[in-house]
Design a protein around this ligand. Structure first.
Ligand SMILES: NC(=O)c1ccc[n+]([C@@H]2O[C@H](COP(=O)([O-])OP(=O)(O)OC[C@H]3O[C@@H](n4cnc5c(N)ncnc54)[C@H](O)[C@@H]3O)[C@@H](O)[C@H]2O)c1
Length: 251
């Protein structure tokens, strides 16, 4: 840990207790950044932060329900008091209830949009000043669902498509000081795939040009790049990290 490739920044990552978020936390920490591992699953968030510190990095596990505006306010107060003002925010948390539109309730519909889409508004509302002061950046995690559709995922698809458009909007409103970009992962081996059958895994492999599922670390390194000086002329961009899943109709 601690390969200092640039000035140490505070990086806030939502949904960072598991999967892509946790891999992203480890990746930023390995470059010497101070990481806020924010999640509704506080025990797992604290465990990720402890693991990072044990490896020589800097991190804390922080409770955050991204659907709760007061939760954002509380986290903001805590980070400001500790002089840990985020220069990078990665919006990665999501929530999904499968089922066609008529099978959803007002509650399930609104919660999915609140966690997976409106949370990004809350992040910018809360931290636009620290991002601006730091000449920082925001990276949002959408999905190939933002550009393609699978059955019975209307709210998830709407949220992920909305994230691509919201990213462009934010990139205009906070330019030139804050860059805002979005990644679109394909099938990535996280716990989300634990309960999918062999047929689903085989199909995902077949649909990807690279003939395999991706690893969380392979999304994390792209997120880190978009937040780095190496991407200083990249804003409003949507970057596929899908192993070629959306390149063709598959084999
Ligand atoms: N795994 C894939 O195949 C895949 C594909 C495309 C896009 N994605 C996207 O990647 C992101 C991460 O997914 P993952 O596969 O790592 O899932 P995951 O289940 O491993 O991690 C999601 C994290 O979000 C947290 N979370 C859920 N609700 C929250 C809330 N209200 N507030 C704060 N945190 C909350 C969970 O506790 C968990 O730590 C999501 O945005 C997802 O849509 C994943």
């Amino acid at each position: 840990m601690g390969a200092q490739n640039q000035m140490k920044r505070t990086v806030l990552i939502t949904g960072a207790a598991h999967g892509i978020g946790a891999a992203t936390a480890r990746t930023f920490a390995a470059s010497g950044d101070d990481v806020v591992v924010a999640d509704i699953d506080i025990e797992a968030a604290v465990a990720v932060a402890e693991e990072i510190r044990a490896a020589g990095g800097t991190a804390t596990g922080n409770i955050l329900d991204v659907a709760d505006p007061e939760g954002w306010e509380a986290l903001s107060r805590e980070l400001r008091a500790a002089n840990r003002l985020p220069a990078v925010v990665v919006n990665n948390a999501f929530f999904q209830v499968r089922g066609a539109a008529h099978e959803q309730t007002e509650g399930s519909w609104n919660k999915q949009l609140s966690v997976s889409l409106s949370s990004v508004y809350r992040a910018m509302h809360t931290f636009h000043d620290t991002l601006t002061r730091a000449r920082g950046s925001m990276v949002n995690v959408s999905s190939v669902h933002g550009v393609l559709s699978w059955a019975e995922q209307p709210a998830y698809g709407a949220a992920k498509g909305g994230l691509i458009s919201l990213t462009r909007q934010l990139s205009l409103d906070y330019a030139p000081h804050v860059r805002v970009n979005v990644v679109l992962p394909g099938a990535i081996e996280t716990r989300q795939w634990d309960h999918q059958g062999k047929d689903d895994h085989d199909l995902a492999r077949k649909q990807a040009t690279l003939q395999r599922l991706g690893k969380p670390e392979e999304v994390a390194t792209v997120i880190q790049f978009l937040a780095s000086e190496g991407a200083s002329y990249v804003t409003g961009a949507s970057l596929l990290v899908d192993g070629g899943m959306t390149t063709s109709l598959g084999a």
